[in-house]
Design a protein around this ligand. Structure first.
Ligand code: ATP
Ligand code: CA
Ligand code: CA
Length: 416
């Protein structure tokens, strides 16, 4: 299987940055393997950050290394150590995934913000460079973020494992977070969507034949609804409400529901207009093979255990990971605007559905470090002069959350 992105090897412009980052993380995680003590209020203090000097010749605390001297900063390290424990991240696995000899891969800048994204070779972790303002937001929300995850282990909000900064002598600071990759999966993700519930500018301008499984599609490109078994559906709506309440209270907006779709069978896929993708990805045979059948039986068995899974312990399927559903093709792209304006799918639109397909879904809420600051207020005022102000992405967090939840209520529906 072709891996996404470009491996950062010697000569890559961010090779030194990667080395520094690996040295820094090995140092931070190694320093304190597992939580030694209870969390204290003071661990959340924004002043709780530590600079360490990494001279090339090494020091008492740090190993010698190949790149120029740099400084390394850990933000609230004790809190993140506890978060990693809460998220059941084994310290040795974590260190190996990020700092092992396999290079990180740089994803070709997926967002507009200019952030860089790096993927670990095992696909489990994503490192994203962030702005100073985003660091502030994360530190500010850290106490309620921690509380939120201690309450709701099914939360769909991005899992953060660390927040750091690298500064080469005489160079720029690079701040970054380590987070979970939502699409770390045994299954190939055939389609991905970044959904906000707003319509303005929410389409990718690409001819169909340039769209493949690495393209991140947007709201107006979505022509499915996802039918979930009723207990999954209820759990999803409940959790989205809790997560949005949390984000609203933190005055966050501009987040997305990132959805990855794996199509389990291809007999209906032509009806769904999907055959080119599946054929191109060379996965056609896998639909017949034994591994796939095993996966199906596994899912079936898990489905029967649903009640225990939702209430309980270490499920192999979690909300947002391995979630079985049926994708139903709904409306053509050109119909979508109208459907958004009518406030959702009417009964009539439902009956027009053509073709359904068993899918496995991966989803979560990403890009949660933008607060409704002065720049977003100006963006809102400016764009409202041009288009309907409810269709644009920059709106007040309360409105944002309402529109987001309404949208999710329209694209996910309950099994009849
Ligand atoms: P912008 O602010 O312009 O939206 P950004 O640079 O803040 O962009 P994000 O929105 O965080 O970037 O992410 C951009 C894309 O990267 C997403 O649409 C998704 O394809 C991918 N991505 C981001 N976070 C994750 C994650 N945790 N797991 C998998 N993919 C992710
Ligand atoms: Ca985004
Ligand atoms: Ca962003």
């Amino acid at each position: 299987v072709r891996k996404p992105g470009q491996a950062i090897s010697k000569g890559h412009k961010n090779y030194d940055l990667m080395l520094n980052l690996q040295l820094g993380i090995r140092y931070s995680v190694g320093k304190n393997g597992s939580p030694a003590r209870e969390l204290q209020q003071s661990d959340f203090d924004p002043k709780e950050k530590f600079w360490t000097r990494f001279p090339p010749e090494g020091s008492k605390m740090t190993p010698p290394h190949q790149s120029a001297e740099f400084r390394w900063k850990d933000y609230c390290p004790v809190v993140f150590r506890h978060l990693r424990k809460l998220f059941q991240i084994d310290p040795a696995d974590y260190m190996l995934a990020i700092c092992g000899s396999d290079a990180l891969r740089e994803l070709s800048s997926p967002g507009k913000s200019g952030s860089f994204f790096y993927l670990t070779h095992d696909d489990r972790f994503i490192i994203k460079t962030v702005k100073k303002s985003e660091v502030k937001v994360l530190i500010r929300m850290l106490p309620s973020y921690y509380w939120h995850f201690s309450q709701y282990e099914n939360s769909l909000v991005t899992k953060f494992f660390g927040l750091h900064c690298v500064k080469p002598i005489g160079g720029q600071k690079t701040r970054f977070v380590v987070m979970g990759n939502l699409f770390c999966s045994e299954y190939q993700i055939h389609r991905r969507f970044d959904l906000k519930g707003s319509s303005h500018g929410r389409t990718i301008d690409k001819p169909d034949d340039e769209i493949d499984e690495t393209t991140t599609l947007k709201d107006l490109d979505l022509n499915f609804v996802f039918r979930l078994q009723s207990n999954w559906f209820q759990e999803l709506i409940k959790q989205i409400n809790r997560d949005c309440k949390f984000l609203e209270e933190e005055r966050i907006m501009d987040y997305s529901l990132l959805v990855g779709v794996h199509f389990r069978e291809d007999n209906n896929c032509e009806k769904l207009g999907l055959s080119p993708y599946l054929l191109r990805s060379g996965k056609k045979d896998s639909f017949q093979n034994e591994k796939f059948m095993r996966e199906c039986r596994f899912l079936e068995a898990e489905l029967q255990n649903m009640d225990r899974i939702i209430s309980g312990r270490k499920p192999l399927i979690r909300l947002g990971a391995n979630t079985p559903a049926r994708a139903e093709r709904m409306v053509r792209r050109s119909d979508f605007d109208q459907y958004m304006m009518q406030g959702g799918l009417s009964h009539r639109t439902h009956s027009r559905s053509r073709g359904t397909c068993e899918v496995v879904l991966y989803f979560g809420i990403i890009d949660i470090l933008q607060d409704y600051d002065i720049s977003k207020k100006i963006e809102h005022a400016y764009k409202s002069l041009q288009v309907d102000s409810t269709s644009i992405s920059a709106v007040d967090p309360k409105l944002y959350s309402k529109r987001f939840r309404d949208f999710i209520g329209r694209i996910f529906i309950k099994e009849r």
